[in-house]
Structure formats: C-alpha cells, structure tokens
Design a protein around this ligand. Sequence first.
Ligand code: AMP
Length: 282
Amino acid sequence: MTTITSVAEMQQWSLQHKSAGRRIAFVPTMGFLHEGHLSLLEAGRKNGDLLVLSIFVNPTQFGVGEDYADYPRDLAADGALAAQAGVDVIFVPSAAQMYPKDYATWVDVEGITEVLCGASRPGHFRGVTTVVSKLCNIVQPDIAFFGAKDFQQLAVIRRMVLDQNMPLEIVGMPIVREADGLALSSRNSYLSPEQRQQGLALSQSLALGRQLAAAGQRDSAIILAAVRAMIEVNPEARIDYLQICHQLSLQDQTQVDADSVLLLAVFLGKTRLIDNCFLLTE
Ligand code: AMP
C-alpha cells in the first residue's frame, strides 16, 4: 500500500494504470475509519483491479461554527485498517493543494440540495459535489462507492455524475450499524455515554416507522408524529428535521408508498447525527 499526498502524483498513478487497462475502484472518505467505511472498501476490492481510498476532511463542506477543526482524525489507525482492507493507494491531499490561492470553481447541484441537510447546512452540498468532482478528476475511478447513511449525499452525487457525464459508476452501499442499531459515524466519537444511549432513539424510531407502515399506516403525518414522540422523550435529543420523502425527488410525501424514505437529523447535545430507512421496501 502506498500513501500519495500529491495531486499530480495521484493523477499520474491513475493514468498509468488506466492506460494499462486496469479498473480503478474508489472510496472517498473523511477518515477516522469505521466498519461503515470498511464495507465500502470491501465492495471496492471486489469490483476493481486497484482500490484507492481518499482521506480528506474537506473544509468547504463545513459551515461556519461547524466541527471542521474538531473533526476526528487518526491517520495512523486509518492506514492500518486500509492495509488490512487491501487498499492499494491512500490519497491524502492537503487543503492547500485541493484549494490553492485564487481557487474559484464550484460544482452546484440544484433542487435536491435545497431540502433536508441542504436546508440545515447551507453550502454543504456545494462543498461535497465540488470535492467529489475534483477527487474523481484526480483519481479517475471506473467505479466509486458511497454509503446510504448519507442518503441525500448519494442522491446528489448520482445527479451530478449523470448531469456532468462523468465516466464512472456510482454504487450505493447499505448502512452499517452497531449491534444495538446506532448507525456508525465518525461523529459518534463525540457522544457522552448518556448521549450515546439516547442516540438509540434514532434507529429505534426508524424501526417504529417501518412497523407502522408494515401494519398498513400510509398517512405520513401519523407516522412522523409517532417517530417524533419516541425521539423527544430523550432530554438531550433535538430534532433538526424529520421527514418522509420520495427517494429520488426528496420531496415530502403525505402518503407513504414504495418510494418513501424516512429521513432524520437529530442533535444530541452539540453532535448532529443523521439516519434513514425506506418505509416499505428494502
Ligand atoms: P465520511 O468519512 O463520513 O465522509 O463517509 C465516507 C463514506 O462512508 C460516505 O460515502 C458515507 O456515506 C459512508 N459511510 C459513513 N458511515 C457509514 C455507515 N454507517 N454505513 C455505510 N456507509 C457509511
């Protein structure tokens, strides 16, 4: 496994292997790797001749007052996990290389970025699409893997790749959870033991939503009220959003159908966690 920090070197490496006919699989991350990231790497290993992992805490997707400076980082541990996962190259560019002085170009997907996390975090998706587009220009993957934990991000990336005619396949991977249901996230490391306990309400309330739908409930308002009540009994939990949306348009649905996704973002103290599930399918 090689670590590459230079954009030019990464691009050169990819060009060389692509012209030799090799298929490059790519997993972009912000590091502090956990089993969720490892599931993407495992899929990447199976679907490419070469596997590239990027670790870049992208400043442009964090808003003012968000956790860019505090975001957990542990390159040594990430390196060991990546080696075990069969990664060929870890690409770790600096922010100065990715956004040099006078940097002025942004990729902005309209519409579906304006709801849910996009409404709560203005500019977030512009940062995400810009960096993913740049990383793809550098790594030149044939296939890239993203987690459904960031459901809206996956939809936005798919839209960008389609709209920009980017020559790669995007694969969405299922959410990996702790044994008790909490979706794995690098940000779980911020939680106090009490917040960690109260955080179980996220996955449990999604399960309640699915149960209600499975029992025939189709009225979104009724499902959302039950889910809300289950989260709000936890004193440290504050709902940022809680919505039932169509999986592609991400528009609110008043009636549940096979395309319905229940999405939530909840603060536990200062830590904002997201989770989602389909209500009827999957
Ligand atoms: P991040 O490092 O948080 O930016 O995440 C990098 C990639 O890992 C994204 O595609 C995420 O959706 C994915 N990911 C993060 N957490 C999970 C999880 N619990 N299960 C599956 N994929 C995940």
